[in-house]
Design a protein around this ligand. Structure first.
Ligand SMILES: [Ca+2]
Length: 342
């Protein structure tokens, strides 16, 4: 079946006039083509570029002896979406078979594809952008292979549409871009923090809009909601605790209660015994403590204790927390140290 068809097409090709096809949407224009061999070494009627000349009457045609491959060089790395083999069907261009590409390769489902495989790869050194992977195959070369000798009227290679970037990922809810979105494909962006948030990173992060996706060059800003210091606030030197939830000091440790970051918190663990959990802050030197405040994650006071000479027993709260917590301010160790407990 295959050989009979091949003979038919071969005869047709030699007497062909120009039958122009149309460029497809998002079609890549390859810069060159090569093939394993050329039938009878006749470059003009059978050369590799005949599969790229937009003429559906001309074709690239291999020798009957192997190996059997044809290759297009795209000129730069593209996000290749489809490879389409266009035939001359009764003097009309027909999409005979196509391969749809993903990160794993290019797959064709119809029976006719079983004779040929299409491979997209990156050949040689390239300084092109690192393109995001999502539903396409990145490459600068498209190769058609077979275990039989074959001919190709036209090969069209399409890329993922170079769409604008309109949004950033939901998980980047504290990040903003400069310039603001939407921006066209290829736009360089800087990433900063939403107003009111502080970027704890010293260096600025950058990104590029690629195929509708904002792709960070390296990382993201560390955007944190930081508490403002109140007037005459004492900065504790250290924090101790009874037990930390899951023994995870990095994510729940006592120091997180005094790091000014409202997004982090000390989380106590009751542990195997049921003693009351506690947090203790050392103030380094003796202070006349006026008030102690626990904040919620938005920076609003949750509990405020006001101190007198006798005690810190005047508690005000917004959600009935005074009954659940107790506070002690005391002097521990050498007399010039003043410590209070929460
Ligand atoms: Ca052609």
């Amino acid at each position: 079946m295959f050989l009979r068809l091949f003979f038919f097409w071969g005869v047709l090709g030699e007497s062909a006039a120009v039958l122009q096809r149309s460029r497809l949407s998002n079609e890549i224009v390859p810069v060159s083509a090569q093939q394993a061999s050329t039938y009878s070494d006749y470059e003009v009627p059978y050369g590799a570029m005949n599969a790229l000349d937009m003429n559906v009457n001309s074709y690239a045609y291999l020798k009957t002896t192997g190996p059997y491959w044809w290759k297009a060089t795209l000129g730069q790395v593209y996000r290749v979406y489809q490879v389409i083999d266009i035939w001359n069907s009764n003097s009309h261009p027909e999409h005979h078979r196509s391969w749809t590409c993903s990160e794993d390769g290019c797959v064709c489902e119809v029976h006719a594809c079983k004779l040929l495989t299409a491979t997209v790869s990156i050949e040689g050194a390239t300084a092109d952008l690192q393109l995001p992977e999502s539903g396409c195959k990145n490459g600068n070369t498209v190769k058609i292979d077979s275990t039989f000798h074959f001919y190709l009227y036209e090969i069209a290679v399409t890329k993922k549409p170079e769409s604008d970037c309109t949004t950033i990922a939901e998980s980047w809810d504290k990040v903003v871009t400069v310039p603001v979105l939407p921006v066209p494909h290829g736009t360089a962006l800087t990433l900063s923090c939403l107003e009111g948030y502080t970027n704890l990173k010293e260096s600025e992060d950058t990104a590029t809009c690629l195929y509708g996706q904002v792709v960070p060059t390296e990382g993201l800003p560390n955007c944190r909601l930081m508490r403002e210091r109140v007037s005459d606030e004492i900065t504790p030197a250290s924090a101790e605790k009874s037990a930390t939830f899951n023994d995870d000091a990095a994510n729940h440790g006592a120091e997180l209660a005094i790091d000014m970051d409202l997004g982090t918190a000390y989380i106590a663990d009751l542990g195997p015994d049921t003693h009351l959990p506690w947090l203790k802050l050392s103030l380094v030197k003796l202070h006349c403590v006026e008030s102690v405040i626990i904040y919620d994650s938005l920076g609003d006071p949750l509990i405020t204790w006001t101190c007198s000479e006798d005690d810190c027993d005047i508690c005000t709260d917004t959600q009935s927390h005074c009954n659940s917590y107790s506070l002690t301010v005391s002097t521990e160790g050498a007399a010039h140290y003043h410590v209070f407990y929460i």
